[in-house]
Design a protein around this ligand. Sequence first.
Ligand SMILES: NC(=O)c1ccc[n+]([C@@H]2O[C@H](COP(=O)([O-])OP(=O)(O)OC[C@H]3O[C@@H](n4cnc5c(N)ncnc54)[C@H](OP(=O)(O)O)[C@@H]3O)[C@@H](O)[C@H]2O)c1
Length: 225
Amino acid sequence: MERPEIIINVASSLDGVIASDKGALFLSTTEDWVRVHELRNSVDAILVGVNTIITDNPMLTIRYVKPKSPPPFRVILDSNGRIPLNSKVLKNQKVNKTLVFVSEKCSEEKKEEIAKSKTDVIAVSEDEKSGFLNLKSILEILKSKYNINKILVEGGSTIITQFLKNNLIDRMYVFYFPAFAGGINAKHLFSEKVIEDISTAPQLKITNIEELEEGFLVSLILDKR
Ligand SMILES: NC(=O)c1ccc[n+]([C@@H]2O[C@H](COP(=O)([O-])OP(=O)(O)OC[C@H]3O[C@@H](n4cnc5c(N)ncnc54)[C@H](OP(=O)(O)O)[C@@H]3O)[C@@H](O)[C@H]2O)c1
């Protein structure tokens, strides 16, 4: 079965920082924020890692533009059920459905606690190499069980890194805010080394560069040659 289309979107400082050691840096401008919400409105699911939920507590809903009906699923990858039970993504399940993927090793108690919010809690195996939840199994479930054909991956670094390392990317948008953030403990676009050698690296091709207010947006595709 063909996997869903995967789009990665992220806002970065000029030196590749996406959050400080304390959390969100709010690097998007209003014009970029509207673009992101239009992008959210064009996909079937928005996916983030549990650390983004813990630090930023986002709603992952569509504002700024009229939301389609039904709105995209909200998908959280959370092996051990660390998601705080008062997270905004666990609210309002009648309209904005959330799917939380956990590990097969996650305790029944944790799964039941999360499921009380009417969220679907789905257990998958871990990837032998990375130790993280198996992305291919997750994508298969999203496609076959939930009919999800297009996913917007919004971060953070660890999630983006695993998608890129597994070549699970079709398009990527990086909005660069014109500031240097610095900081040894800051979160960078990638949480670990993604290339050993440029010749064997996943090749990205720039399809567009556009000014958005004071920042600029780089659009990329994975060059499958
Ligand atoms: N600037 C932006 O556009 C932007 C967007 C989003 C987030 N952020 C920032 O990113 C920061 C969080 O990034 P982060 O790297 O710490 O965490 P993250 O990517 O949000 O979440 C990573 C966690 O997700 C879980 N996970 C489960 N399966 C995974 C898989 N297959 N691949 C990767 N992770 C998996 C792991 O925790 P378990 O092992 O517990 O499952 C992992 O540690 C926040 O500070 C937030 O502000 C910035």
